[in-house]
Design a binder for this molecule. Sequence first.
Ligand SMILES: [Zn+2]
Length: 342
Amino acid sequence: MRFSDIIGQERAKGFLKRVMGERKVPHAYLFTGIPGIGKTSMATALTMALNCHEPGDLDGCGNCPSCRRLVGGNFPDFILIRPDGQNIKIEQIRELNRRLGFAPVSASFRVCVLQQAETMTSEAANSFLKTLEEPPAGNILILSAREPLDLLPTIVSRCQRVPFQPLPTRAMVDWLVSQRGLDRQKAEVAARGAAGSLGTALRICDENFLEMRKEWLSALLKLPAISIGEAVEMAFQWTRKNRQIRGGDAEPGGSVLMDMLHVWGSWYRDLLLVKVGGPGDLIINVDFSDRMGPVTKCFRRAALVESLLVVSQAVRDLRRMRNAALVLERAVLHLKRLALTG
Ligand SMILES: [Zn+2]
């Protein structure tokens, strides 16, 4: 992964290259932005560029032994820390501190990335703060988080902040077509549904996801015609399926139910767009667009707005780890009522 392989993020790239060019590399960075927009890739590219034996234009060459080991995933001086379950725990930070106590194995710069740094427990954050104040020489610490506000201000103030932007839909579509060989309509559905995150777009492209997405949208279309009992049963089945797929302790932001609710949210958003006569090229679920016209006729504008609110409330409730079965049941029944009374 070289700087030149990363889509967009020109400002972040430019900043990091400038810093490298000045030979004055700050030791701590905070990469901020939604998941799946290249924060970890950028950290890898920085590691490669800093340690490359034959760098060109301040980028890694991709071919020297150092670059090849990094690409192959056996570069001992690139440390990636992810939440263990819900959190980054104190034990993980202690282990990191222990490793940082030794000089880098072979590289000039060892890079350590804390993904979802906002999930650090307060013990872990306090322990990490000490490392951040006086990191051993030759180490670069990169924290990656959605929002700086999610972190302790004392941590944020010790890092050089590097904001990342959501990626343009067009750039993602082109990348999915040229690099993943997707047909253009699939690429459009994935990129438009991904709200600027290539990681999300890649997940949406997955055949299983596309199949489930069809099922979720068809269920929503059928909702007015089925009985209340059948709607409750449907909500229950999905909750059970969710547990089976994700093993019950799924992270709240990444469960199948959350994916389903995001798809539903995008559906009501599309309907609203069609209802108010918005531009067609903003429609997310392009492959379902021929169904939208007739469906919008059954809804008043206010009912569509309320349906959107119901879905986003359910997303918030799931994030707060409320009882998933109840959250979903309530949402489905509310949406059914709105679809009936339009
Ligand atoms: Zn190289």
